[in-house]
Design a protein around this ligand. Structure first.
Ligand code: F6P
Length: 360
């Protein structure tokens, strides 16, 4: 009987997901002669029995450079805690994981490839413990997954953030302003650090190094004294002041997980207070997740998708593709957590400091 595999994209999207789908389909079809079907809307689609998508060379032919995911993604849909709201307003979470397994059987899937972040991997790992045949492909623009050196989507996010800094620089210079750019990254400062260095930032505030605003103010004063009348400050959405807290723009809503955001404006106000100069704040937001993947991310996503197909062939259930140096490897999904952080004492931060960048 013909081998039939499924693919779904879980969690938030990241540029390169479509390139993964394409690589999976091409490698599975061409190398093994397997059939591939796409499951829409992540685990939500698997549970709800949404119509699947037949994937072949023709359906994936324009996908390499396309952002987002043609399969749709969902940040909800945890089969181990499905949310039910009763008419009286009470909310209950039930374990419906058996439905996920039944659906995989009903779809006659010999294996499932899931592309996602830590949440998707921990769900998949639990399903594997129940007997499901699943392998994983890691994705996140935040680059905070601990078991792989890098994830696709990160390079695209850095490019977008760097381009934003390049653009902010010209208008900052014309108007003699301090420009604050808030970038994504959750609790990791990777996007802020790399884009900040690449975009010539004067200060980079990251979650791993709680900041003192007076350090940033002094830096800007020094720049002014040297004749530079503009400055660029990158603020990671998860940054926080010494002794202070992170900021959230969505919280306290039972339907939505808390979302970091707003620290850019706080920093902007503090800078205005201490310097008296004009400050403008830009929150880059989801522009970092949208649009075409960079060539690097297309390449990485293609390698990951191809490798996932070979993991299926080797029946490496519960394993996720990972990159160590230039080598592809596989690691247990159960160990994939979003815990990779910028080392405050490490070479990368030291290099930035040696170039005159302050971290507050
Ligand atoms: O994890 C990726 C990410 O873009 C984070 O950088 C950000 O905090 C979060 O997702 C935003 O999530 P949402 O798309 O649900 O607002």
């Amino acid at each position: 009987m013909n081998t039939r595999i499924g693919i779904l994209t879980g969690g938030g999207d990241a540029p390169g997901l479509n390139a993964v789908i394409r690589a999976v389909v091409l490698a599975a079809n061409r190398h093994y002669g397997w059939e591939v079907i796409g499951i829409r809307e992540g685990f939500d689609g698997l549970l709800s029995g949404a119509p699947t998508l037949t994937l072949n060379e023709y359906t994936v032919r324009d996908l390499l450079a396309r952002g987002g995911t043609i399969l749709g993604a969902a940040n909800r849909g945890n089969p181990f805690a499905q949310r039910h709201e009763h008419p009286d307003g009470t909310v209950e979470y039930t374990d419906v994981s058996h439905i996920a397994l039944e659906r995989m059987e009903a779809l006659k899937l010999d294996a499932l490839i899931v592309a996602g972040g830590d949440g998707t991997m921990s769900i998949a790992a639990k399903l594997v413990q129940m007997g499901a045949r699943i392998v994983g492909v890691p994705k996140t623009i935040d680059n905070d997954l601990n078991l792989t050196d890098v994830t696709f989507g990160f390079d695209t996010a850095i490019s977008t953030a760097t381009e934003a800094l390049d653009k902010l620089q010209t208008t900052a210079e014309s108007h003699h302003r301090a420009m604050v750019l808030e970038v994504m990254g959750r609790n990791a400062g990777w996007i802020a650090l790399k884009a900040g260095v690449a975009g010539g930032a004067d200060a980079i505030l990251i979650p791993e190094i709680p900041f003192r605003i007076d350090v940033v103010c002094n830096k800007i004063r020094d720049l002014q004294a040297s004749g530079r009348r503009y400055s660029l400050i990158v603020v990671a959405e998860g940054a926080k002041p010494v002794g202070g807290e992170q900021q959230f723009y969505i919280s306290g809503n039972p339907l939505m997980e808390a979302r970091l955001g707003g620290m850019g404006y706080t920093v902007g106000n503090l800078l205005h207070e201490c310097l008296g100069v004009e400050v403008r704040v830009t929150v880059l937001g989801h522009l970092q997740r949208g649009g075409q993947p960079t060539p690097h991310d297309r390449w990485l996503a293609t390698r990951f998708g191809w490798a996932a197909v070979h993991l299926v062939a080797q029946k490496q259930w519960g394993h996720m593709v990972a990159l160590r140096g230039e080598k592809l490897t596989s690691v247990p999904m159960v160990d994939a957590t979003s815990t990779k952080r910028v080392d405050p004492e490490g070479d990368l931060v030291q290099m930035a400091r040696d170039l005159g960048i302050v971290f507050g």
